[in-house]
Design a protein around this ligand. Structure first.
Ligand code: GTQ
Ligand code: FE2
Length: 358
Protein backbone atom coordinates (compact mmCIF):
# COMPACT_ATOMS: atom_id res chain seq x y z
CA UNK A 1 0.00 0.00 0.00
CA UNK A 2 1.33 3.40 -0.91
CA UNK A 3 0.51 6.48 1.02
CA UNK A 4 0.81 9.99 -0.29
CA UNK A 5 3.41 12.25 1.26
CA UNK A 6 2.05 14.19 4.25
CA UNK A 7 -0.84 11.80 4.87
CA UNK A 8 0.70 10.40 8.03
CA UNK A 9 -0.01 11.98 11.36
CA UNK A 10 2.86 13.07 13.67
CA UNK A 11 2.15 10.01 15.81
CA UNK A 12 2.37 7.69 12.80
CA UNK A 13 5.59 9.34 11.77
CA UNK A 14 7.04 8.79 15.25
CA UNK A 15 5.89 5.18 15.11
CA UNK A 16 7.59 4.78 11.76
CA UNK A 17 10.95 5.96 13.16
CA UNK A 18 10.57 3.80 16.26
CA UNK A 19 9.83 0.86 13.93
CA UNK A 20 12.95 1.46 11.86
CA UNK A 21 15.12 1.66 15.01
CA UNK A 22 13.63 -1.61 16.29
CA UNK A 23 14.31 -3.30 12.94
CA UNK A 24 17.93 -2.12 12.91
CA UNK A 25 17.26 0.32 10.08
CA UNK A 26 18.18 3.96 10.07
CA UNK A 27 16.45 6.49 7.82
CA UNK A 28 19.32 7.95 5.78
CA UNK A 29 17.64 11.35 5.59
CA UNK A 30 17.96 11.80 9.34
CA UNK A 31 21.18 12.81 11.05
CA UNK A 32 24.50 13.52 9.45
CA UNK A 33 25.11 14.28 5.82
CA UNK A 34 27.52 12.49 3.52
CA UNK A 35 30.18 15.07 4.18
CA UNK A 36 32.01 14.32 7.42
CA UNK A 37 34.04 16.60 9.62
CA UNK A 38 37.66 15.54 9.91
CA UNK A 39 38.77 14.38 13.35
CA UNK A 40 42.52 14.62 12.90
CA UNK A 41 43.83 17.92 14.21
CA UNK A 42 47.04 19.70 13.26
CA UNK A 43 49.45 19.09 16.12
CA UNK A 44 53.13 19.16 17.10
CA UNK A 45 55.24 17.28 19.64
CA UNK A 46 58.47 18.76 20.98
CA UNK A 47 61.60 16.64 21.00
CA UNK A 48 62.67 18.38 24.22
CA UNK A 49 59.51 17.11 25.93
CA UNK A 50 59.42 13.68 24.33
CA UNK A 51 63.05 12.58 24.49
CA UNK A 52 63.43 12.56 28.32
CA UNK A 53 60.21 10.54 28.60
CA UNK A 54 61.38 8.07 25.97
CA UNK A 55 64.65 7.57 27.88
CA UNK A 56 62.72 7.30 31.15
CA UNK A 57 60.49 4.59 29.65
CA UNK A 58 63.62 2.43 29.85
CA UNK A 59 63.14 2.32 33.64
CA UNK A 60 59.45 1.48 33.37
CA UNK A 61 59.23 -1.53 31.03
CA UNK A 62 61.53 -3.94 29.17
CA UNK A 63 60.80 -5.34 25.72
CA UNK A 64 60.24 -9.08 25.95
CA UNK A 65 57.39 -11.49 25.30
CA UNK A 66 55.08 -9.48 27.61
CA UNK A 67 55.81 -5.98 26.40
CA UNK A 68 56.46 -6.60 22.71
CA UNK A 69 57.80 -3.13 22.04
CA UNK A 70 58.71 -0.18 24.25
CA UNK A 71 56.97 2.62 22.37
CA UNK A 72 55.37 5.95 23.16
CA UNK A 73 52.83 6.86 20.50
CA UNK A 74 52.31 10.32 19.09
CA UNK A 75 48.63 10.51 19.98
CA UNK A 76 46.55 12.92 17.93
CA UNK A 77 44.20 14.70 20.38
CA UNK A 78 41.35 14.43 17.87
CA UNK A 79 41.52 10.63 17.64
CA UNK A 80 41.11 7.61 19.92
CA UNK A 81 43.96 5.90 18.13
CA UNK A 82 46.58 7.10 15.72
CA UNK A 83 48.64 10.10 14.77
CA UNK A 84 46.46 10.60 11.71
CA UNK A 85 43.43 8.52 10.67
CA UNK A 86 45.72 6.25 8.60
CA UNK A 87 49.13 6.48 10.29
CA UNK A 88 50.31 5.67 13.78
CA UNK A 89 53.73 7.10 14.66
CA UNK A 90 55.59 6.13 17.83
CA UNK A 91 58.94 6.57 19.53
CA UNK A 92 60.75 3.34 20.31
CA UNK A 93 63.62 2.92 22.75
CA UNK A 94 66.01 -0.04 22.70
CA UNK A 95 68.72 -0.10 25.38
CA UNK A 96 72.16 -1.75 25.05
CA UNK A 97 71.88 -5.54 25.11
CA UNK A 98 68.13 -5.55 24.59
CA UNK A 99 66.11 -7.52 22.07
CA UNK A 100 62.62 -6.72 20.77
CA UNK A 101 61.45 -10.21 19.81
CA UNK A 102 60.83 -11.36 16.24
CA UNK A 103 57.31 -11.18 14.91
CA UNK A 104 55.34 -10.21 11.83
CA UNK A 105 52.03 -8.52 11.21
CA UNK A 106 49.88 -7.37 8.32
CA UNK A 107 50.21 -3.69 9.24
CA UNK A 108 53.26 -2.29 7.49
CA UNK A 109 55.96 -0.45 9.43
CA UNK A 110 58.84 1.90 8.80
CA UNK A 111 61.68 2.96 11.12
CA UNK A 112 63.21 6.40 10.87
CA UNK A 113 66.32 6.43 13.03
CA UNK A 114 66.70 9.39 15.38
CA UNK A 115 69.44 8.70 17.88
CA UNK A 116 72.18 6.17 18.68
CA UNK A 117 74.22 3.56 16.90
CA UNK A 118 75.02 -0.14 17.26
CA UNK A 119 71.50 -1.55 16.97
CA UNK A 120 70.09 -3.44 14.03
CA UNK A 121 66.72 -4.56 12.75
CA UNK A 122 66.60 -7.91 11.03
CA UNK A 123 64.12 -7.91 8.13
CA UNK A 124 63.50 -11.31 6.51
CA UNK A 125 66.92 -12.53 7.67
CA UNK A 126 68.80 -9.40 6.57
CA UNK A 127 70.61 -7.64 9.40
CA UNK A 128 70.28 -3.86 8.92
CA UNK A 129 72.46 -1.70 11.20
CA UNK A 130 70.63 1.50 11.97
CA UNK A 131 72.13 4.98 12.11
CA UNK A 132 70.45 8.38 12.40
CA UNK A 133 68.77 9.35 9.14
CA UNK A 134 68.39 5.75 7.96
CA UNK A 135 65.01 4.52 6.81
CA UNK A 136 64.24 0.84 7.32
CA UNK A 137 61.09 -0.77 5.96
CA UNK A 138 59.26 -3.77 7.34
CA UNK A 139 56.57 -4.38 4.72
CA UNK A 140 53.35 -6.18 5.55
CA UNK A 141 53.92 -9.71 6.89
CA UNK A 142 57.75 -9.57 6.92
CA UNK A 143 59.58 -10.96 9.97
CA UNK A 144 61.39 -8.37 12.04
CA UNK A 145 63.24 -8.11 15.36
CA UNK A 146 65.38 -5.34 16.83
CA UNK A 147 68.61 -5.84 18.77
CA UNK A 148 71.02 -3.40 20.38
CA UNK A 149 74.61 -4.70 20.24
CA UNK A 150 76.04 -1.28 21.04
CA UNK A 151 76.54 0.63 24.27
CA UNK A 152 74.15 3.56 23.83
CA UNK A 153 70.33 3.83 23.87
CA UNK A 154 68.75 3.75 20.41
CA UNK A 155 65.67 5.81 19.61
CA UNK A 156 63.75 5.67 16.37
CA UNK A 157 60.40 6.72 14.98
CA UNK A 158 58.03 3.92 14.05
CA UNK A 159 55.42 4.62 11.40
CA UNK A 160 52.65 2.08 10.94
CA UNK A 161 49.43 1.93 8.95
CA UNK A 162 47.59 0.33 11.89
CA UNK A 163 44.64 2.80 11.98
CA UNK A 164 43.91 1.96 8.34
CA UNK A 165 44.48 -1.80 8.58
CA UNK A 166 42.45 -2.03 11.80
CA UNK A 167 39.56 -0.22 10.15
CA UNK A 168 39.81 -2.62 7.22
CA UNK A 169 39.63 -5.44 9.80
CA UNK A 170 42.67 -7.08 8.25
CA UNK A 171 45.06 -7.09 11.21
CA UNK A 172 46.92 -10.38 11.71
CA UNK A 173 49.91 -11.03 13.90
CA UNK A 174 52.33 -13.90 14.45
CA UNK A 175 55.20 -14.46 16.88
CA UNK A 176 58.40 -16.06 15.69
CA UNK A 177 59.24 -19.11 17.86
CA UNK A 178 62.62 -17.59 18.87
CA UNK A 179 63.44 -14.08 20.06
CA UNK A 180 65.70 -13.60 17.04
CA UNK A 181 65.17 -14.88 13.53
CA UNK A 182 68.13 -16.58 11.82
CA UNK A 183 70.53 -14.18 10.08
CA UNK A 184 70.90 -14.84 6.36
CA UNK A 185 72.92 -11.73 5.40
CA UNK A 186 74.17 -8.39 6.64
CA UNK A 187 73.04 -5.30 4.72
CA UNK A 188 72.23 -7.42 1.64
CA UNK A 189 69.18 -5.49 0.55
CA UNK A 190 71.19 -2.24 0.73
CA UNK A 191 74.14 -3.62 -1.23
CA UNK A 192 72.04 -5.27 -3.91
CA UNK A 193 69.31 -2.73 -4.56
CA UNK A 194 70.30 0.71 -3.26
CA UNK A 195 71.99 1.79 -6.50
CA UNK A 196 68.51 2.51 -7.74
CA UNK A 197 69.01 2.86 -11.46
CA UNK A 198 71.23 -0.24 -11.60
CA UNK A 199 69.94 -3.57 -10.36
CA UNK A 200 70.96 -7.24 -10.40
CA UNK A 201 70.31 -8.32 -14.00
CA UNK A 202 69.38 -11.94 -13.34
CA UNK A 203 66.68 -11.25 -10.77
CA UNK A 204 62.98 -10.66 -11.20
CA UNK A 205 61.43 -9.04 -8.22
CA UNK A 206 58.73 -11.42 -7.11
CA UNK A 207 57.95 -9.97 -3.69
CA UNK A 208 54.85 -7.81 -3.24
CA UNK A 209 57.08 -5.13 -1.70
CA UNK A 210 60.29 -3.24 -2.40
CA UNK A 211 63.40 -5.48 -2.47
CA UNK A 212 65.21 -2.51 -0.93
CA UNK A 213 64.28 -1.94 2.68
CA UNK A 214 67.26 -0.02 4.02
CA UNK A 215 67.85 3.54 2.79
CA UNK A 216 71.07 4.93 4.26
CA UNK A 217 71.28 8.57 5.30
CA UNK A 218 74.43 9.30 3.22
CA UNK A 219 72.63 8.39 0.00
CA UNK A 220 69.47 10.30 0.92
CA UNK A 221 71.44 13.39 1.86
CA UNK A 222 73.54 13.27 -1.31
CA UNK A 223 70.39 12.93 -3.44
CA UNK A 224 68.84 15.95 -1.72
CA UNK A 225 71.98 18.02 -2.24
CA UNK A 226 72.09 17.31 -5.95
CA UNK A 227 68.38 17.94 -6.47
CA UNK A 228 68.76 21.22 -4.55
CA UNK A 229 71.18 22.40 -7.26
CA UNK A 230 68.67 21.66 -10.01
CA UNK A 231 65.00 21.90 -9.20
CA UNK A 232 62.34 22.28 -6.53
CA UNK A 233 58.60 22.30 -5.90
CA UNK A 234 56.82 25.58 -5.11
CA UNK A 235 54.85 23.76 -2.35
CA UNK A 236 57.48 21.47 -0.86
CA UNK A 237 60.81 22.94 -1.98
CA UNK A 238 63.45 20.20 -2.46
CA UNK A 239 61.28 17.15 -1.79
CA UNK A 240 62.14 13.56 -2.65
CA UNK A 241 60.14 10.41 -2.29
CA UNK A 242 61.94 7.22 -1.30
CA UNK A 243 61.16 4.82 -4.12
CA UNK A 244 60.94 1.09 -4.72
CA UNK A 245 63.79 0.41 -7.21
CA UNK A 246 61.78 -2.38 -8.84
CA UNK A 247 58.78 -0.20 -9.70
CA UNK A 248 59.92 3.41 -9.27
CA UNK A 249 56.77 3.82 -7.19
CA UNK A 250 56.19 4.30 -3.47
CA UNK A 251 58.21 2.13 -1.09
CA UNK A 252 55.08 0.63 0.45
CA UNK A 253 51.49 -0.03 -0.61
CA UNK A 254 49.98 2.19 2.06
CA UNK A 255 52.64 4.73 3.00
CA UNK A 256 55.00 6.97 1.07
CA UNK A 257 58.16 8.26 2.75
CA UNK A 258 59.68 11.61 1.87
CA UNK A 259 62.89 13.39 2.67
CA UNK A 260 62.90 17.09 1.91
CA UNK A 261 65.02 20.15 2.30
CA UNK A 262 63.54 23.56 2.96
CA UNK A 263 66.40 25.82 1.96
CA UNK A 264 67.30 28.93 3.95
CA UNK A 265 64.98 31.84 3.15
CA UNK A 266 62.37 29.64 1.43
CA UNK A 267 58.69 30.18 2.19
CA UNK A 268 56.69 27.61 0.22
CA UNK A 269 53.26 28.29 -1.22
CA UNK A 270 50.26 26.79 0.53
CA UNK A 271 48.18 23.98 -0.90
CA UNK A 272 46.00 21.19 0.38
CA UNK A 273 45.39 17.60 -0.63
CA UNK A 274 43.38 14.61 0.52
CA UNK A 275 46.39 12.97 2.15
CA UNK A 276 47.68 13.24 5.71
CA UNK A 277 51.28 13.28 6.87
CA UNK A 278 53.49 12.96 9.93
CA UNK A 279 56.70 15.01 9.74
CA UNK A 280 59.91 14.78 11.72
CA UNK A 281 62.33 17.70 11.73
CA UNK A 282 65.61 15.89 11.19
CA UNK A 283 67.80 18.97 10.94
CA UNK A 284 67.37 22.69 11.34
CA UNK A 285 64.46 24.89 12.27
CA UNK A 286 61.61 26.83 10.73
CA UNK A 287 57.85 27.00 10.82
CA UNK A 288 54.76 25.71 9.07
CA UNK A 289 51.33 27.29 8.78
CA UNK A 290 48.46 24.80 8.87
CA UNK A 291 44.94 26.17 8.38
CA UNK A 292 46.13 29.58 9.51
CA UNK A 293 47.85 28.28 12.63
CA UNK A 294 51.59 28.85 12.93
CA UNK A 295 53.72 25.93 14.16
CA UNK A 296 57.30 26.84 14.98
CA UNK A 297 59.56 23.80 14.90
CA UNK A 298 63.13 22.89 15.73
CA UNK A 299 65.37 19.86 15.42
CA UNK A 300 63.70 16.64 16.50
CA UNK A 301 60.13 17.95 16.61
CA UNK A 302 57.13 16.16 15.05
CA UNK A 303 54.23 17.67 13.16
CA UNK A 304 50.91 16.41 11.79
CA UNK A 305 49.35 17.80 8.63
CA UNK A 306 45.75 16.50 8.38
CA UNK A 307 44.02 15.69 5.14
CA UNK A 308 42.61 18.67 3.23
CA UNK A 309 44.30 21.24 5.46
CA UNK A 310 46.07 24.24 3.96
CA UNK A 311 49.76 24.07 4.71
CA UNK A 312 53.03 25.80 3.85
CA UNK A 313 56.56 25.50 5.21
CA UNK A 314 59.18 28.16 5.84
CA UNK A 315 62.83 28.23 6.77
CA UNK A 316 63.62 31.61 8.30
CA UNK A 317 67.09 30.56 9.45
CA UNK A 318 70.34 30.54 7.49
CA UNK A 319 70.82 26.77 7.65
CA UNK A 320 69.16 23.92 5.74
CA UNK A 321 66.07 22.44 7.31
CA UNK A 322 65.54 18.75 6.57
CA UNK A 323 62.17 17.11 7.07
CA UNK A 324 61.33 13.42 6.97
CA UNK A 325 57.69 12.47 6.48
CA UNK A 326 55.30 9.58 6.22
CA UNK A 327 52.30 10.16 3.98
CA UNK A 328 49.24 8.11 3.05
CA UNK A 329 49.45 9.12 -0.62
CA UNK A 330 49.57 5.54 -2.07
CA UNK A 331 46.23 4.64 -0.47
CA UNK A 332 44.45 7.70 -1.80
CA UNK A 333 45.95 7.37 -5.29
CA UNK A 334 45.15 3.64 -5.49
CA UNK A 335 41.53 4.43 -4.66
CA UNK A 336 41.36 7.41 -7.05
CA UNK A 337 40.59 9.69 -4.11
CA UNK A 338 43.60 11.95 -4.47
CA UNK A 339 42.78 15.65 -4.83
CA UNK A 340 44.97 18.68 -4.59
CA UNK A 341 44.32 22.41 -4.61
CA UNK A 342 46.70 25.40 -4.52
CA UNK A 343 45.93 28.32 -2.19
CA UNK A 344 44.96 31.04 -4.64
CA UNK A 345 44.78 34.19 -2.54
CA UNK A 346 47.47 36.38 -1.05
CA UNK A 347 50.26 35.12 -3.39
CA UNK A 348 49.80 31.61 -1.98
CA UNK A 349 50.31 32.47 1.69
CA UNK A 350 47.74 32.07 4.44
CA UNK A 351 47.06 34.84 6.90
CA UNK A 352 48.21 33.69 10.36
CA UNK A 353 45.26 33.58 12.76
CA UNK A 354 46.80 31.71 15.71
CA UNK A 355 50.06 30.28 17.03
CA UNK A 356 50.38 26.71 18.29
CA UNK A 357 51.57 26.51 21.89
CA UNK A 358 52.70 22.95 22.66
O1 GTQ B 1 58.90 -2.43 16.24
O2 GTQ B 1 57.84 -4.13 15.47
O3 GTQ B 1 55.56 1.03 17.24
O4 GTQ B 1 55.25 -4.23 15.93
C1 GTQ B 1 54.26 -0.90 16.94
C2 GTQ B 1 54.19 -2.25 16.60
C3 GTQ B 1 56.62 -0.98 16.63
C4 GTQ B 1 57.84 -3.02 15.98
C5 GTQ B 1 55.47 -0.28 16.94
C6 GTQ B 1 55.34 -2.96 16.27
C7 GTQ B 1 56.56 -2.31 16.30
FE1 FE2 C 1 56.41 -5.11 14.58
Amino acid sequence: MTQLLGRVSPEEEEQFYAGTEAAGLRAAWMGRRLERKPQVVPFAWRWNDAQPLVLRSGDIVTPDRDVERRVLRLANPGLDHGTTHTISAALQLLLPGENAPAHRHTPTAIRWVLQGTGAYTTVEGDKCYMEPGDLVLTPSWTWHDHNNEGDVPMIWLDGLDTPLVNNLEATFYEQFPEDQQPIVGVGESERKYASGALRPAWEDNNTPYSPLWHYKWERSHAALQSLAETDCSPFDDVAMEFSDPATGGPVLRTMACWIQMIRPGINTKAHRHTTSAVYQVFRGKGHSVINGQRFDWGEGDFLVVPSWSWHEHANDSDEEAILFSIQDIPVMKALSLYREEPYAENAGHQPITSVFEG
